[in-house]
Design a protein. Structure first.
Length: 184
């Protein structure tokens, strides 16, 4: 790797949020050693005291490389959600092969901490920049995060979420919206 790229990467690491730092360190360690890290001492206290759904997204060359998350909290705290979802995003997203060690320097991370979902009655209550959407029919659920490139209308947002859930547009389904705090 060219020296300039290493310097650029180190500068990006200095600017990254603690959420992204935890996701990156987790995946890098897991890909190199096969072991899941424990919650590090350096994480802020709220990482250990708060619970929320968390999505970890990976991009490589501006294209999605992995995205896995939890709609609501399933672990003891946000730190554990990030650790588990970072590993899953890099190794278990069915759309992509597992991340290889040589790819790690090229990955760009984001971590979305989800707010509490609220039921909505129509797409008129969505704003693709502000709200993500969850669609549910029986046991099938699909989620799409807010403010995604190429998703410009609530109709597109709901259609993609329905596809992810395996729900056809003609079926009855419920919708919920949620806000996120996105960390880069």
């Amino acid at each position: 790797m060219a020296k300039g790229k290493v310097g650029e990467r180190e500068m990006n690491h200095e600017k990254e949020s603690d959420y992204v730092k935890l996701a990156r360190e987790t995946l890098e360690n897991y890909v190199r050693t096969g072991k899941k890290i424990e919650v590090p001492e350096w994480v802020p206290p709220e990482f250990k005291s708060k619970r929320a759904g968390v999505f970890v997204s990976l991009k490589k060359g501006g294209m999605l490389r992995g995205c896995i998350g939890t709609i609501g909290p399933v672990r003891a705290n946000i730190a554990e959600e990030i650790i588990n979802n970072a590993i899953s995003s890099g190794t278990q997203d069915p759309r992509f092969p597992a991340v290889r060690a040589e790819e790690l320097p090229e990955l760009v991370y984001s971590v979305d901490v989800l707010g509490k979902p609220e039921k909505i009655d129509s797409m008129d209550q969505l704003d693709v920049k502000r709200y993500g959407v969850i669609v549910t029919s029986g046991f099938r659920r699909g989620l799409l995060l807010p403010d995604l490139e190429g998703v410009d209308t609530p109709q597109q947002q709901v259609e993609i979420a329905l596809q992810k859930a395996g729900i056809s547009r003609s079926e009855r389904y419920e919708m919920e919206r949620f806000e996120v705090i996105r960390h880069r």
